[in-house]
Write a protein that binds this ligand. Structure first.
Ligand code: GRF
Length: 219
């Protein structure tokens, strides 16, 4: 097997696409052994489509509004991903729930990034939910996608403090900075073949260890 073999990514996005951009940048800088072979958006106005164009990446829009139900939309998405020989599906702000049709086509091959420390605050508007709850920390989670909403096995997390003066915007920005680090990192771990799933546990071969505790307010 060639050592330069690159993991073929299909990145799905609905919005601005800053996570897509961080993956594009890391691929271009050869920091990850992956290549984006398709950017797929469900929303024709997604900034992610413009980012893909600018980076010269194959891209397509499949508008969910053109389909009668979730399954027929997913069948069309799956067909596009298979046609592009996608090996790993990377959801990067993709605001659609994935059906069994999609899961069955890419078993344990779909990952998502979520802007909270799962299992706390699944779903939407989670930065505001963490603020309203009065949590001292929040963060982001990369997880494999299963048939629940933000419930799949966890691959990577980053933790950020919540500050007294935080608004939804400032907390979201702090979390997003970490998203841009852990998503490419998680993809690289998969590209290196170091990731396996046992039940809910994601095992990472040869992982670095850290026992550093985070305390907020600091001691
Ligand atoms: C991110 O906060 C991500 O965690 C969530 O949707 C947002 C997408 O942002 N799933 P962007 O489009 O990558 O900038």
């Amino acid at each position: 097997m060639s050592t330069n073999r690159k993991l073929r990514l299909g990145v799905l996005a609905s919005g601005g696409g800053t996570n897509l951009q961080s993956i594009v940048d890391q691929c271009q800088a050869l920091k990850i052994d992956a290549e984006i072979v398709l950017v797929l958006c469900n929303n024709p106005d997604a900034g992610a489509l413009q980012r893909a164009e600018k980076a010269g990446l194959p891209n397509t829009c499949i508008n969910h509004r053109d389909f009668a139900d979730r399954q027929s939309f997913d069948r069309s998405v799956v067909a596009a991903l298979l046609k592009a020989d996608v090996e790993l599906v990377v959801l990067a702000g993709f605001m659609r729930i994935i059906s069994e049709v999609f899961l069955d086509a890419f078993p344990q091959r779909i990952i998502n990034i979520h802007p909270s420390l799962l299992p706390a605050f699944p779903g939407l508007q989670v930065q505001q939910k963490a603020l309203d709850y009065g949590a001292r920390f929040s963060g982001c989670t990369v997880h494999f996608v299963d048939n629940g909403v933000d419930t799949g096995p966890i691959l990577a997390q980053a933790v950020v403090p919540i500050l007294a003066e935080d608004t939804e915007e400032t907390l979201s920005a702090r979390i997003l900075q970490q998203e841009h680090k852990i998503y490419p990192h998680a993809i690289q771990l998969i590209a290196e073949g170091r990731v396996t799933i046992e039940q809910r546990q994601v095992r990472i071969a040869y992982a670095e260890k850290s026992e550093t505790a985070l305390i907020n307010p600091p001691l």
